[in-house]
Design a protein around this ligand. Structure first.
Ligand code: ZN
Length: 505
């Protein structure tokens, strides 16, 4: 089709446009551009119409989804009053779908356009009879559009209920069919969930994926691969598809909230494709990623207990953050944990506290009974929780039916729905807990627990602490000062232990 530009001006005194379209005909009745041109020109000659321009579109490349630049340019020329007549082979050649047809007819009525076909009679939109025909054709087109969108809506809902996928962009980790696992990417995704549960920030997950030579499924505009960033990793890991869950975001939901948040709300059941991680792992990761308390403060300033340690002032219990104490009398200030709620509550030098808490963690994990932390009675029963969640979702689904059947009133449905949703979010929270227990396993089973704990970076160690216990920092008593130059670590430990409360989970 490269032989014809989008719009070729032949005679700028002319008022007729010849329109051709190369389409992906599967009927065997392929009608080439050259044939359309030959017949169209002959028609103009016979009627003595001056051809202003020829317009051609090529639809063969993109399954009817791409815009048609020629068609758009032609509508613009009609709008501008340069064109009074359009000649095409037939209506299906001129307009690709009902929406195009409606646009053309509406514009044509306003501009008194004549549409002439090689096959078919003229449509003179400057006459009442022509406009009547256009109205009828327009109503038919409108009806077709509505039917189609209704069909699409119902098809989408049905696909969701069956856990099937309905097209769209290739999901990372799967082949374009959305079902076949692409192992190189799937491995990266599984590792990422594990890393996130161990406290690794999303920026580092992105760096890891890039280092593996992976890029996002959506290339840049110029076609070059688009590298991962924390901003693109986040919605990816939040996608329920990786837990083998299918969500169905209705139009109403999409309008009322962020589409990615909607995806979390709109889980309808198990998907037809294989999951990459368990639902528990996924929920635990979602909880971590979406917890706002974990994203406050600059990354560089986050201490081991930031967002995890608690203020010990009675009735407070706010989390602590780490900041530098102001330098005094020529001595540099040292980093200090402070209560987020009130400056006056707790101020504790962070270094000795971090050291002490790390020792407590190592001591706990080295104990012979540490394996009990992983024992089944401590671990929520994942299979049971999954069954419960599924049953609750089915019951939520059936509410609409009960309303329709008159079993429940609208108020009754609302009440029941609130009850079921509360239960469901409780079960989902337990599922998230079940996923997070996995953090401790590798440490407890390590041949050298101390070395394994000390090898953790701050982010991972913070999650271990959060899984094991609650650390509450009391204000140190008056006159108690901690400093390496003054006291031995043993003395420090003695004093610290008196002003830190550890509650084991
Ligand atoms: Zn406080």
């Amino acid at each position: 089709m490269a032989d014809v530009d989008v719009m070729t001006i032949l005679d700028d005194q002319g008022d007729t446009v010849l329109y051709y379209r190369q389409s992906q005909d599967r009927t065997g009745d392929e009608l080439g551009i050259s044939r359309q041109r030959l017949d169209g020109r002959k028609l103009c000659e016979l009627r003595d119409w001056r051809v202003r321009a020829e317009v051609a579109d090529n639809d063969t490349s993109a399954a009817g989804k791409r815009r048609r630049p020629g068609f758009e340019a032609m509508l613009q020329a009609v709008q501008d009053g340069q064109v009074r007549r359009i000649v095409a082979w037939d209506m299906t050649r001129l307009t690709r779908n009902a929406r195009d047809r409606l646009r053309l007819l509406e514009l044509g009525k306003r501009q008194g356009l004549t549409v002439a076909f090689v096959r078919g009679s003229d449509l003179d939109l400057s006459t009442p009879a022509g406009r009547l025909t256009a109205d009828i054709l327009g109503s038919v087109a409108q009806h077709e559009i509505e039917q189609k969108s209704d069909r699409q809506r119902r098809a989408a809902l049905q696909a969701a209920e069956q856990g099937r996928r309905i097209g769209g962009r290739r999901p990372f980790g799967y082949e374009p069919d959305g079902v076949t696992i692409r192992e190189s990417e799937a491995a990266a995704i599984r590792d990422a969930y594990e890393a996130v549960l161990a406290g690794v920030p999303l920026g580092r997950v992105a760096a890891d994926w890039n280092a593996r030579g992976l890029s996002t499924p959506q290339p840049k505009r110029d076609g070059s691969p688009s590298p991962w960033t924390a901003q693109t990793v986040r919605p990816t890991l939040l996608n329920p598809r990786y837990a083998g869950l299918r969500s169905h975001v209705t139009e109403a939901l999409r309008e009322s909230m962020d589409p990615r948040a909607a995806r979390l709300k709109a889980i309808v059941g198990p998907a037809a494709w294989e999951e990459l991680v368990t639902e528990e792992t996924w929920r635990a990761a979602v909880e971590l990623i979406t917890d706002p308390s974990r994203h406050t403060g600059p990354r560089s300033g986050r201490g081991l207990l930031t967002g995890v340690g608690r203020c010990g002032v009675p009735e407070c219990g706010a989390t602590v953050h780490r900041g530098a104490a102001p330098a005094r009398k020529g001595r540099a200030g040292h980093p200090t944990y402070r209560c987020r709620a009130s400056m006056g509550h707790v101020g504790r030098a962070s270094e000795p506290v971090d050291w002490w808490v790390t020792e407590v963690v190592i001591g706990r994990l080295e104990r012979p009974d540490a394996a009990l932390l992983l024992a089944d009675d401590k671990r929520p029963d994942a299979a049971k929780l999954r069954r419960e969640a599924r049953a609750l979702r089915v019951r939520l689904d059936s509410l609409a039916g009960l309303l329709a059947d008159g079993v429940l009133t609208e108020a009754g449905v609302r009440r029941e729905s609130v009850k079921l949703r509360t239960k469901l979010s409780d079960v989902e929270r337990q599922q998230a807990d079940a996923g997070r227990v996995n953090v401790l396993g590798p440490l407890i089973n390590a041949p050298d627990v101390r070395a394994a704990v000390e090898a953790l970076d701050t982010d991972r160690l913070r999650v271990v602490i959060d899984t094991l216990m609650t650390v509450t920092l009391l204000p140190p008593g008056r006159g108690v000062r901690f400093g390496q130059d003054v006291e031995s670590w043993e003395r420090v430990a003695e004093r610290i232990s008196a002003s830190i409360v550890i509650d084991w989970h």
